[in-house]
Ligand binder design. Structure first.
Ligand code: COA
Length: 178
């Protein structure tokens, strides 16, 4: 796997399509367009940016014909920083599902946040209307007891219903007071 800052090609291409295919899983339900991406993209990846986003490329999986293939970007991940409180929200979107790519991205984001960005906590919020809701139990398995789950009833409105959400807070295990 190689990691690079999110490129405009992916931000304006595969990411637009992928976001529009999972609107129920996003915080805001509006459609993503090349124009909305352009404004958002301009805010990313500077030293003082609130959001840093990366693209992840498969350089291992040469034979899996169902996968994206050697050299293809398989997904995008991001951290939204609250640097004052040293916490970061993690976002993940894979272009090919159930091939282990989500896990690779989440592992890398956690390591980036804890080992290189001096974060105390990473967190994610997953809505009950997300068809991949259960995936998060596996995606966060690395943390062995450091995950604090907060259940928020009726947090998300989608398709005429209020859905529950779960927030997963992951405390940096290297910080002794936790
Ligand atoms: C959630 C998401 C990132 C998972 O990515 P993925 O590449 O399919 O995940 P992986 O292949 O690494 O799977 C990780 C684990 O989750 C499990 N899993 C994946 N999708 C699942 C699903 N829909 N239901 C249940 N389990 C699932 C896998 O079996 C695996 O567990 P295992 O190793 O114990 O078998 C992906 O579905 C996605 O991009 N969804 C749309 C965006 C989104 O919902 N993001 C989360 C909110 S920020």
């Amino acid at each position: 796997m190689t990691v690079a800052p999110l490129s405009w090609d992916v931000a304006a291409g595969e990411l637009v399509k992928a976001r529009n295919d999972c609107r129920e899983s996003l915080r805001t339900p509006g459609f993503t367009t090349v124009d909305t991406q352009r404004e958002w993209f301009a805010t990313l990846n500077r030293p003082d940016s609130k959001m840093w986003y990366w693209e992840f490329t498969d350089l291992v999986n040469k034979t899996d014909l169902e996968g994206p293939g050697y050299g293809a970007v398989f997904g995008v991940g991001g951290l939204t920083f609250d640097r004052f409180n040293r916490s970061a929200e993690i976002s993940v979107l894979t272009f090919v599902r159930k091939k282990g790519y989500g896990l690779q991205i989440v592992d890398w984001l956690r390591e980036e946040a804890f080992e290189r960005q001096n974060m105390h906590k990473v967190w994610a919020e997953v809505y009950g209307c997300n068809p991949n809701y259960d995936a998060w139990r596996s995606l966060l398995r690395f943390t062995d007891g450091n995950v604090i789950k907060t259940y928020r009833p009726g947090q998300k409105y989608w398709d005429g219903e209020y859905w529950d959400s779960t927030i997963y807070d992951v405390i940096n295990p290297a910080i002794p007071e936790y």
